[in-house]
Design a protein around this ligand. Structure first.
Ligand code: SAM
Length: 233
């Protein structure tokens, strides 16, 4: 079933306008067709009531409550120097099931927080686009950027992906926990000091076999492995 994002409400009806309306037309959804509409953080099975000039009206029939997959994987992604690579990171992390992505300012990554803040709206839109495509129960959240040194280990298992010094691989992890935090370095990798600081805060270094991955691949691979080896939906 097609999934669209509402752009507003008209009484009890959900409005699909703007680019979403163009998408609806491209999908050739017709009056009377059923579709899933995401509105104000909730997903509704809906019926297309009418197509007007520039927008469509849908009637919500029932709320769709799909349980969230377990475990929860939160990604802490160092912002790459090549900022556009974050777009690939977001799409892949969303598809593989990450719950939340927090952009991190780190030593060898992109430094200007103000520029990153300006990108947040675009990144959230990409997360929504991926949510539509891969039929997640809810969109991957994008958090506000923070500095790597401010980060604390919050999940039951906190991991730092480390292609240099890590002794642990995925098989040595405790995969029975409910939440995992996964930190990924930028293109040039993490500095030794950063890895040591993270270790002192309880982050466990993890190596992904067998080769060095591109940053935009590493977080998604770790997420997919944890979701599949540890996850029960
Ligand atoms: N420039 C680094 C080098 O020469 O080894 C590579 C950095 S890699 C492109 C970017 C980040 O992805 C790393 O900091 C790490 O967090 C993660 N990463 C990539 N491959 C990995 C692997 N095989 N195991 C664990 N982490 C990996």
């Amino acid at each position: 079933m097609e999934r669209l994002i509402c752009t507003g409400k008209e009484g009890d009806f959900l409005v699909i306008g703007g680019q979403e309306f163009n998408h609806l037309k491209a999908l050739r959804v017709k009056k009377g067709d059923r579709l899933e509409v995401f509105c104000e953080g909730r997903l509704f099975l809906s019926i297309l009531l009418s197509i007007e000039k520039g927008y469509a009206l849908c009637k919500p029939l029932e709320e769709i409550n799909i349980p969230l997959p377990k475990p929860e994987v939160n990604l802490y992604q160092c912002i790459p120097l090549e900022l556009r690579l974050m777009e690939e990171v977001i799409d892949r992390a969303s598809q593989t099931g990450a719950n939340l992505l927090i952009p991190l300012v780190c030593k060898r990554g992109f430094q200007k927080l103000s520029v990153v803040e300006e990108k947040l709206e675009r990144w959230k839109k990409l997360s929504l686009a991926s949510f539509k495509q891969c039929k997640r129960p809810k969109p991957m959240e994008i958090g506000r950027p923070i500095r790597l040194y401010e980060l604390e280990a919050k999940e039951e298992v906190s991991l730092v992906l480390d292609n240099f010094s890590a002794e642990a691989d995925i098989k040595s992890l405790d995969l029975t926990k409910r939440s995992y935090g996964v930190l990924v370095g930028p293109e040039g990798g993490l500095s030794i000091e950063e890895v040591e600081t993270l270790k002192s805060k309880g982050f466990k270094p993890l190596f992904l076999r067998p080769y060095v991955l591109r940053m935009e691949m590493a977080g998604a691979v770790a997420t997919a492995l944890i979701m599949n080896l540890a996850g029960k939906s």
